[in-house]
Design a protein around this ligand. Structure first.
Ligand SMILES: Cc1cc2nc3c(=O)[nH]c(=O)nc-3n(C[C@H](O)[C@H](O)[C@H](O)COP(=O)(O)O)c2cc1C
Length: 217
């Protein structure tokens, strides 16, 4: 397989250049690429290899518009009210930071224009009280986003629609035992770069053998 510029994309290079991409064009994504991305997703791990996941590919504009409204409502509730705080955060005290806030705001207002959405669904979860339930799909979701990266397609793991979980399930006919775990809008980037995601350094979050035993400090 080849990267979009026809050169192979090294795995570590891909991992280190897959930030959330929220400025997406409406350029069509070929169906065989959607299949390939999903085929990479389902290679991910699940407890006992139960593979209780399902993936809903959403391209229908009416469906996207309906869910986008719920998503925007979620955005306004969680972040919209804190706009001033984030936008004036010039020294980026909070982890999201001004740039990411603005990109997330853009996505909240334009998510319906992303050409393909993938809804990650996990069966037998809606009555689960296991706090690790989601871990049986999030590895697969990460595979999905890395496979999208391979094809030069941007993605973001999103959940802000989930205040309307019931309505989303009803709209899409999702079985009652299942829960939606993430909505991943996909699209060729319209703005921004495949830059390395900014994180607290690995040394600062790695303990050796015992809690609080750091190296290089
Ligand atoms: C559980 C979870 C929920 C998320 N929900 C949203 C969301 O609803 N909307 C959004 O724009 N980003 C969402 N994100 C993406 C995070 O904001 C993003 O991973 C983080 O800011 C790091 O971005 P970066 O990889 O570009 O540095 C979510 C990520 C996770 C893991």
């Amino acid at each position: 397989m080849k990267n979009i510029d026809n050169s192979p994309l090294d795995l570590m290079a891909g991992i280190h250049s897959t930030p959330a991409r929220r400025y997406l064009s409406d350029k069509k994504i070929p169906e065989k690429i959607i299949w390939s991305i999903l085929d990479a997703a389902i290679r991910g791990p699940s407890g006992g290899n139960t593979q209780m996941w399902s993936w809903i590919v959403i391209r229908n504009q009416d469906t996207k518009n309906k869910i986008a409204k719920w998503y925007l409502e979620g955005w306004n509730k969680s972040y919209g009210t804190k706009r001033e705080q984030f936008v004036s955060d010039i020294d980026a005290k909070n982890n999201l930071g001004r740039k990411n806030f603005l990109s997330a705001e853009h996505l909240a207002n334009n998510i319906q224009d992303a050409p393909v959405w993938i809804l990650a669904v996990l069966r037998n979860t809606n009555i689960s009280n296991n706090p690790r339930t989601g871990s049986s799909i999030y590895g697969a979701v990460q595979n999905l986003m890395l496979a999208a990266r391979y094809y030069g397609i941007g993605s973001t793991l999103t959940t802000l629609y989930s205040g309307h979980e019931k309505q989303v399930k009803h709209l899409l006919g999702i079985p009652t035992d299942a829960m939606t775990m993430a909505l991943i809008p996909l699209g060729y980037p319209a703005k921004g770069n495949w830059s390395q995601p900014k994180r607290t350094s690995v040394e600062d979050v790695t303990h050796w053998e015992q809690w609080n035993n750091y190296k290089n400090q």
